[in-house]
Design a protein around this ligand. Structure first.
Ligand code: SF4
Length: 357
């Protein structure tokens, strides 16, 4: 960042009320009186491959000006847990000392790709009974600069070096649509061509079924991919594990997907956490297929064997049942992938993230 005090060492009163430098668009930097090119300043802030010593190179004029009008702290890594499958779970500390988690998941394919699983809130208000985050309740929403800051911190630390190798999934701590305005501002910043320039198709937002949020996101631009965490096939069972279903039931949720109005190239993803003895029968597979209706074709159902954790009484199904359940779905005409959650051995897998304080 240049010769200056580490932004984390700056006295709190000096930072109070300042926006995150990473939450500002070029025109907002200009409106704050940027003493140089606001677009170039934005570019330097948002492109970690141009940074030195894990901080943007801003120069002797821009840096002191920016320190006076914005908070230059990014979430900082306070713990890292590499998994035997190549992924790394990271605990990140925010400006107020609260902690969130993110998971870095490199994929070994011909063109290297890295997926980040990101958080949108500290904790979660949705209270899904199979989820470790749900057991800690909601502490607060993440600010746009904190949502985006997770991406920049992970890039600077573990790569990749360019935005085009990156895929983002909001499946970490929190219900993203419960913090939609901040999330969407972060998405617009992530897609900005002078920053990381991510395509909207590289971003997936996963919801537990917050219908008001789905309907609002449907009309937003850019519109990311939508993943729906379904996990049960009757209202009774779904309300038991996902209390949100008591507000918006399965029929209402299905209606919201029709209203979304899929555009060319867009697909939904359906996540189904398979729980032994809860939602893993042939009748469940048939009901799931009937609920999907037209969406059976071309839209993937990810069957995710439950990740056990101390805060949940539910158990993981055995391997035979996982296979059998996905076969039943295929017989009903569904596209199915059995998804082995990554980071399972370090509690970084789906439904296992819990780090707020
Ligand atoms: S599964 Fe998602 S929505 Fe449900 S409690 Fe966990 S983080 Fe929240």
């Amino acid at each position: 960042m240049g010769k200056t005090m580490n932004p984390w060492d700056r006295p709190a009163p000096e930072r109070e009320g300042l926006p995150s430098a990473w939450s500002l668009f070029p025109e907002e930097l200009a409106a704050l009186g940027c003493p140089g090119s606001a677009l170039e300043t934005f570019r330097r802030l948002h492109r970690p491959w141009t940074w030195k010593d894990q901080a943007p190179v801003l120069g002797p004029v821009i840096l002191p000006w920016l320190e006076g009008v914005a908070d230059l702290r990014l979430p900082r890594i306070v713990e890292r847990q590499p998994s035997s499958d190549g992924s790394t779970k990271l605990a990140l500390e925010l400006g107020d000392g609260k902690r969130i988690e993110a998971v870095h998941m490199p994929r070994k394919v011909r063109n290297p790709r890295v997926t980040y699983c990101l958080s949108s809130q500290v904790g979660c208000a949705m209270g899904c009974t199979f989820c470790a985050t749900g057991s800690m309740s909601i502490l607060r929403n993440l600010q746009p600069g904190e949502i985006l800051g997770q991406v920049l911190t992970l890039m600077a630390d573990l790569g990749p070096n360019r935005g085009h190798e990156l895929t983002l999934v909001f499946m970490g701590m929190g219900e993203p649509l419960h913090n939609l305005d901040h999330l969407h501002r972060a998405i617009r910043l992530l897609c900005h061509p002078a920053g990381l320039g991510l395509g909207k198709g590289r971003i997936t937002v996963s919801t537990a079924g917050l219908v008001s949020g789905i309907e609002k996101l449907a009309a937003m631009n850019p519109r990311p991919n939508l993943a729906l965490s379904l996990n049960a096939t009757t209202d009774e069972a779904r309300s038991r594990t996902m209390p949100l279903n008591r507000v918006w039931n399965l029929a209402r949720l299905r209606q919201a997907l029709d209203v979304w109005g899929l555009r060319r190239g867009e697909k939904f993803t359906f996540e189904y956490v398979l729980i032994a003895g809860e939602n893993d029968t042939e009748a469940d597979a048939e009901r799931l297929s009937a609920w999907l209706g037209d969406l059976r074709r071309g839209h993937n159902v990810n069957v995710i064997p439950m990740n056990e954790h101390d805060a949940s009484p539910f158990r993981q199904p055995d391997e035979n049942r996982v296979q059998q359940f996905s076969d039943w779905l295929k017989v009903c005409g569904c596209f199915v992938t059995v998804r082995r959650s990554r980071g399972r051995d370090v509690q970084g897998a789906c439904g296992q993230l819990v780090k707020g304080k």
